[in-house]
Design a protein around this ligand. Structure first.
Ligand code: IPM
Ligand code: MG
Length: 363
């Protein structure tokens, strides 16, 4: 073995354990092929952690993550925990993990695969060629701003409050990640805000504009978030790299994901200035199909590819996983979420077996 990595696995809830199991088998295979050793440690997060410990992010989990080279996360949440108060929900675990590891930069690529173009709800001519990178700020903005909470006023009426706040340094560090990402792509960066209404967005726009001076090779444009949502559906190929705050990025990355036909195909990377990153699918835990071998494991596998590329600096291994995904799609294998006429419908495990076969094929 030339390299050995400590990977924390967080399978979480719903379909999480199923897609994680498939991903581990393909990771092991690719590791064996390239002489990369993985030391996997599983830890609890989300609903599974609530059930076992009462805490969606047990301190041991955060410690294990901090001590690893990268964290591979599947999905969290489900109906079972929906009635819990906000501060005890599975989502808290995920937010705590992002904050605890200081993962301020979330990279969410949305690329249409030619094999899946008919799975998109939009017309072929609209989505053909879509290749977008959403860079979402992940540890600030309205998700974490203070004050927050539900407070009772003197009259006994309750008021719910969240605060959208960005300090200049927070804007600049995510801005730099986005300019760098755009530089490696088609050199166009669109910053999305609501500067016509929000003060926080005015500062955002001002700082992004100032940063552009350091990246003369990147073309910076600005859009208001409502217009950006519209443009994403109207003419998505106009976008290359998008940079935006936490809440707008949450919404726009789901929209961008859907352009590609299935949110079940999209990986993401969450990175800090140093330390381990977290790599997870954009999709959720799909409790409606959990435990039935119906889930699409490809976003999880592609998240492992992002982990190899961005987290462990093993791009060749990442390439192999991505190539295997292409191969199984070319062979016509589809889980239910991406199935169309003339394709072979398979379950989660069978998709995993097809990936293994694709990896074993001589190149
Ligand atoms: C996402 C999810 C999370 C978010 C939830 C589960 C807290 O929607 O990763 O996009 O809002 O960030
Ligand atoms: Mg989301």
């Amino acid at each position: 073995m030339t390299q050995h990595y400590r990977i924390t696995l967080l399978p979480g809830d719903g379909i999480g354990p199923e897609i994680m199991a498939v991903t581990i088998t393909v990771l092991k295979e690719v590791g064996q092929q390239l002489g990369i050793g993985f030391d996997f440690t599983e830890a609890l997060i989300g609903g599974a952690a609530i059930d076992a410990t009462g805490n969606p992010l047990p301190p041991e989990t955060l410690d294990t993550c901090k001590a690893s080279d990268a964290v591979l996360l599947a999905a969290i949440g489900g109906y079972k925990w929906d009635a819990l108060p906000n501060d005890q929900r599975p989502e808290r675990g995920l937010l705590g993990l992002r904050a605890g590891l200081n993962l301020f930069a979330n990279l969410r690529p949305a690329q249409i695969l030619p094999q899946l173009i008919d799975a998109s709800t939009l017309k072929r001519e609209v989505v053909e060629g879509v290749d977008i990178m959403v860079v979402r700020e992940l540890t600030g903005g309205i998700y974490f701003g203070q004050p927050r909470g539900i407070f009772e006023t003197k009259t006994g009426e309750r008021r719910g409050i969240n605060t959208m706040v960005y300090a200049e340094a927070e804007i600049e560090r995510i801005g730099r990640v986005a300019f760098e990402a755009a530089r490696k792509r088609r050199k166009r960066l669109c910053s999305v805000d609501k500067a016509n209404v929000l003060d926080v967005s005015q500062l955002w726009r001002e700082r992004m504009t100032a940063l552009a001076a350091d990246y003369p090779d990147v073309e910076l444009t600005h859009l208001y978030v409502d217009n950006a949502a519209m443009q994403l559906l109207r003419a998505p190929t106009q976008f290359d790299t998008i940079v935006t705050g936490n809440l707008f990025g949450d919404i726009l990355s789901d929209a961008a994901a859907m352009l590609t036909g299935s949110i079940g195909m999209l990986p993401s990377a969450s990175l800090g200035a140093s330390g381990p990153g977290v790599f997870e699918p954009v999709h959720g835990s799909a409790p409606d199909i959990a435990g039935q071998d119906l889930a699409n494991p490809l976003a999880q596998v592609l998240s492992a590819a992002m982990m190899l590329r961005y987290g462990l600096n093993e791009p060749a291994a990442g390439d192999r996983l991505e190539a295997a995904v292409q191969t199984v799609l070319n062979q016509g294998y589809r889980t239910g979420d991406i199935a169309s006429e003339g394709t072979t419908r398979v379950g989660c495990q069978a998709m995993g077996n097809a990936l293994l076969k694709a990896l074993e094929e001589p190149r």
